[in-house]
Design a protein around this ligand. Structure first.
Ligand code: DHB
Ligand code: MG
Length: 220
């Protein structure tokens, strides 16, 4: 599988000065989010960043989301944006297969004041999703991109009407414009996912070309 251009991965699909501008005009984050951003920069952890964090928060507020499932949560950065936006009566399911990441996330989420509204699930995100019954107001996907098509099939029946399926990295550093080679399974999966959301009669998707591309799909 061809590796992504690491620069593009850092800077997303916008031209670099635009990406920096969109971050620079944002208000500063509180100490906990700022620390998570610094840790992500240092350890190359692919968090969604503050501009997309705000998009998640806005989405949760617009539909008054209460029950949120996150596939692929790492240090809990997007979890924090979602949990804060959804408020104290919300329940956000965090998933990650790495116990060290989960331990880091637990500390951050406690300090962010949202740990009580988060359930931390250790293990494969798709497996955790299968084991968690019920419907969700938001399902946010940020797992291995090869799993996106399968995750979409599983997520769709588990979204309430009017709920949102949100997926990160759907423009994959701009590589989506290329014809995928046979062995390029990640790119193929992202392209298949993007075709599938627009082909779905149940979804009304918009791909927002922010950072690495975020798909927001309303289930009708
Ligand atoms: C990668 C994964 C992500 O979820 C992301 O936001 C950026 C990069 C990656 O696997 O390269
Ligand atoms: Mg991502």
């Amino acid at each position: 599988m061809p590796r992504r251009n690491p620069r593009a991965q850092e800077e997303g699909i916008l031209f670099p000065a635009m990406g920096r501008y969109l971050d620079r005009i944002l208000p500063p984050r509180d100490a906990v989010l700022a620390e998570m951003e610094a840790l992500a920069r240092r350890d190359h952890i692919p968090i969604i960043g503050p501009a997309c964090g705000r998009l998640l928060a806005l989405s949760a507020q617009l539909i008054r989301a209460r029950r949120i499932f996150e596939m692929g949560s790492a240090i809990g950065y997007s979890t924090t944006w979602l949990a804060r936006a959804a408020g104290p009566s919300a329940k956000v399911y965090y998933t990650d297969a790495d116990p060290q990441r989960l331990a880091q996330a637990r500390i951050f989420l406690r300090r962010a004041g949202v740990l009580k509204r988060v359930e931390l699930l250790l293990g494969d995100a798709i497996e955790s999703f299968r084991r968690t019954p019920g419907k969700f107001d938001i399902i946010f996907m940020d797992i291995d991109k090869e799993q996106y098509p399968e995750a979409l099939r599983l997520a769709l029946p588990r979204l309430r009407r009017g709920g949102l399926l949100i997926a990160d990295n759907v423009l994959w550093s701009g590589h989506v414009v290329r014809r995928a080679q046979a062995g390029d399974r990640t790119l193929r999966a992202v392209q298949e996912f993007n075709r599938a959301i627009y082909a779905s009669k149940q979804l009304f998707p918009v791909i927002v070309p922010l950072r690495d591309g975020v798909a927001i799909c309303r289930k009708g």
